[in-house]
Design a protein around this ligand. Structure first.
Ligand SMILES: [Zn+2]
Length: 141
């Protein structure tokens, strides 16, 4: 049995679009020359899509291990040119996957993080504001 809890329908017109673990997905096929990629089927909208759709791995020509290596180097703070030299890929390839991973990370952040501490109306920001106001009210400190 395949674990599909992390996946959601990628069809923007579907009623279950973006809903993880909604029970609407099944594995209908596998494809791929180097490594098997699951083809997912949505029972709600009757569409099929790759399990990699919406991720930097989708339609990637790099092997998965090399792409992961590129993104690990970038995550550790390596620049585009140094990542290019270390992973032995062209610098435009590094830039392409940085953009793809950034878009995916932004979508995941928006989904998983309920509020941003930089939001002035957020509870964390209000607490910090209260502490600063108390500190100002006590002149002896
Ligand atoms: Zn669907």
């Amino acid at each position: 049995m395949d674990d599909l809890a992390r996946f959601c329908c990628q069809n923007t017109a579907c009623a279950d679009y973006g809903k993880r673990n909604a029970g609407n997905l099944t594995v209908c096929d596998r494809f791929g020359k180097r490594e098997p990629i699951r083809l997912l089927y949505c029972r709600t909208c009757k569409k099929r899509f790759s399990e990699r759709k919406g991720t930097p791995l989708f339609a990637s020509k790099l092997p998965r291990a090399k792409l992961v290596s590129v993104l690990e180097h970038v995550a550790e703070g390596c620049g585009v040119r140094s990542t290019s030299r270390l992973a032995k890929v062209h610098r435009d390839t590094v830039s392409h996957y940085i953009r793809a991973a950034g878009d995916h990370a932004q979508q995941l952040h928006d989904e998983l993080v309920g509020f941003s501490p930089l939001d002035p109306g957020s509870p964390v920001r209000r607490k910090v504001g209260l502490r600063r106001a108390k500190a100002k009210a006590l002149p002896g400190r």
